[in-house]
Design a protein around this ligand. Structure first.
Ligand code: 1GP
Length: 237
């Protein structure tokens, strides 16, 4: 079964999924060995690897260690085509639909095709929506795009639904790493109830209570980056 089929199956059974995001900019290969053990004993179902700015050389080794030691599906969450690695299982093939920068809508995607063709990665087309999370985030800076306003459920919804109509397989509602507020329950609820495909929610989620609230609002998969980065025992408390 593919990673995407597994996500669909979990959604059908209302089983909630959790990804831990590892930013290769901040994690060395040595760190990854220790973190992988922590991830293994956490409720994580997936590992995401990526960051907005990373272009270093230890990516392959980092992913290989995380994948082998956690035994979890490991997906690239790319900020740039240079972040493609055949060591992963798949890639979230993102298009930043909330923005109007052609580079992040289609240019980087075109430039990654030949690289992807040389891998066995499962490519999962993902509608990526940046929602204002209370502070300017790296994604906004790097992509030079504006986020959808925190309360603009209508714009977020029609943007996500356009992704569905375009045939995308996942929706990712992103408040941005380190956001001061996560995507609202109201927005998540409206989008999950009106879009048929699985919805990922990430950015600014820092407590088990918030994780539960975000699941309750309908998210199928939650991404935790900063909270785990700051405390690798986050899930064991
Ligand atoms: C960022 O959604 C992820 O792309 C994770 O955000 O670092 O705030 O958990 P945090």
């Amino acid at each position: 079964m593919t990673i995407y089929e597994n996500i669909l199956q979990a959604k059908a059974k209302n089983e909630k999924l959790l990804a831990i995001l590892i930013d290769p900019e901040k994690v060395t290969v040595e760190d990854a060995i220790v973190l992988a053990e922590k991830i293994k004993s956490s409720p994580a179902t997936h590992v995401f690897v990526g960051g907005s700015t990373f272009s270093g050389s230890h990516l392959n080794e980092l992913i290989a260690i995380l994948k082998k030691k956690t035994n979890l599906p490991t997906l690239i969450f790319p900020g740039h085509p240079y972040q493609i690695s055949d060591e992963a299982d798949g890639i979230l093939f993102l298009s930043l639909l909330s923005g109007r920068n052609p580079d992040y809508l289609i240019e980087h995607q075109i430039n990654s095709v030949r690289l992807l063709e040389q891998t066995n990665l499962e490519v999962i087309p993902t509608a990526y929506l940046l929602i204002d999370g209370g502070k300017e985030t790296t994604v906004q800076n790097v992509s030079q795009t504006r986020a959808i306003a925190y309360n603009d459920i209508e714009l977020a919804y029609i943007t996500a639904k356009a992704g569905v109509f375009l045939g995308m397989k996942l929706i990712y509602l992103e408040a941005g790493s380190g956001a001061t507020k996560n995507v609202s329950a109201e927005m998540t609820k409206y989008i999950t109830e009106n879009c048929e495909i699985p919805v990922i929610v990430g950015g600014g989620i820092r407590s088990m209570k918030t994780i539960q609230e975000v699941y309750n609002s309908g998210a199928d998969l939650i991404v935790i980056g900063t909270a785990f980065e700051n405390d690798s025992d986050f899930f064991n408390l």
